[in-house]
Write a protein that binds this ligand. Structure first.
Ligand SMILES: [Zn+2]
Length: 307
């Protein structure tokens, strides 16, 4: 059983309406591959590409939600829309849960009603920024490195009230600390450890400790350049080193996976698409007990669901 906290298949389906979620060749995540991977829950992010003009972003988010329900949920009887532990628990053996998440608050501009609308439509986790600044906070690549804005604080309060995950992946360090102070349910859906790979998208040890202390989650991600700095190809063993590092900081109950499939051009050797989770499972089984493997792949994220 696998719980994957982040993929960008929705963005690809939105950009190319001829793609099929059944078996689309250019998709890392398809219905067929989720079945083969034995995925139990897949999170689908609403990510608005940078070139979409400001006034078109909310509409784009709504279109992606429409695609989510029309092409993923309604088309495949075994794909079930889930938002809570209860709903995941109720899934039959051959059913796969699909969660809706937001990657970056660009879609809502400065309008809280837009956020509330997305929550009502079923968004269960909200990433505050992508890599740049928006009206909520600064992202990891924004030189200024500012924290939460006044509006950003209203957003986090709203997410707390809605029992919603606040996703710190992509945030600037300052914004990360602001969120950790305020958010009831913080997670990093797709980030690795800075200690092993010093990239601005990765989390420093003190950030990881703080997330653990706040009962949050870290989804180890398969983005090659967040896994390994060197030019040589990142491997599954390199990915597992990040997992082990989070565990060494006391995070064995706070770590899972957030692949970023369909959000990446290059892939880790042996993790070319969601089907390849099998390789990761095999490698995990060499180093960890059955209970630990189950926890990393599924249970940790599942148990940290706020609803
Ligand atoms: Zn991302």
């Amino acid at each position: 059983m696998i719980f994957d906290a982040h993929c960008d298949a929705l963005m690809k389906l939105w950009m190319d309406r001829t793609l099929s979620f059944q078996d689309g060749k250019s998709l890392h995540v398809t219905f067929q591959s989720l079945v083969e991977a034995k995925t139990k829950v897949q999170c689908f992010a609403i990510y608005i590409p940078e070139n979409v003009p400001e006034e078109a972003r909310f509409t784009a988010a709504l279109e992606m939600i429409d695609i989510f329900f029309e092409q993923i949920i309604n088309r495949f009887p075994n794909m079930k829309f889930v938002q809570s532990k209860r709903e995941i628990k109720a899934l039959a053996d051959n059913e796969i849960g699909a969660m809706l998440t937001l990657e970056g608050c660009e879609a809502i501009g400065t309008n809280l009603a837009k956020l509330k609308t997305l929550l009502r439509l079923g968004v269960s986790s909200v990433g505050l920024t992508w890599n740049w600044a928006n009206s909520v906070a600064d992202g990891a690549w924004e030189q200024r490195g500012a924290g939460l804005t006044r509006f950003g604080k209203q957003v986090v309060t709203q997410l707390n009230e809605a029992n919603c995950w606040v996703d710190v992946s992509h945030l600037s360090e300052k914004a990360f600390w602001d969120v950790l102070e305020m958010a009831r349910f913080p997670i990093a859906s797709h980030s690795n450890t800075y200690a092993l790979c010093p990239h601005p998208r990765n989390l420093r040890d003190e950030q990881i400790r703080a997330l653990i202390h706040k009962n949050g989650m870290i989804g180890i991600t398969f983005v090659p350049y967040f896994v390994k700095k060197e030019k040589e190809k990142a491997t599954i063993s390199d990915v597992l080193r990040h997992l082990e590092h989070v565990c060494s900081l006391g995070g064995e109950y706070h770590v899972g996976f957030g692949s970023d499939f369909d959000g990446i051009e290059e892939t880790v050797a042996g993790l070319e698409n969601v089907r390849c989770y099998e390789n990761l499972v095999n490698e995990l089984q060499k180093h960890y007990s059955e209970t630990e493997v189950e926890r990393f792949l599924f249970r940790n994220f599942y148990e940290h669901l706020p609803r």
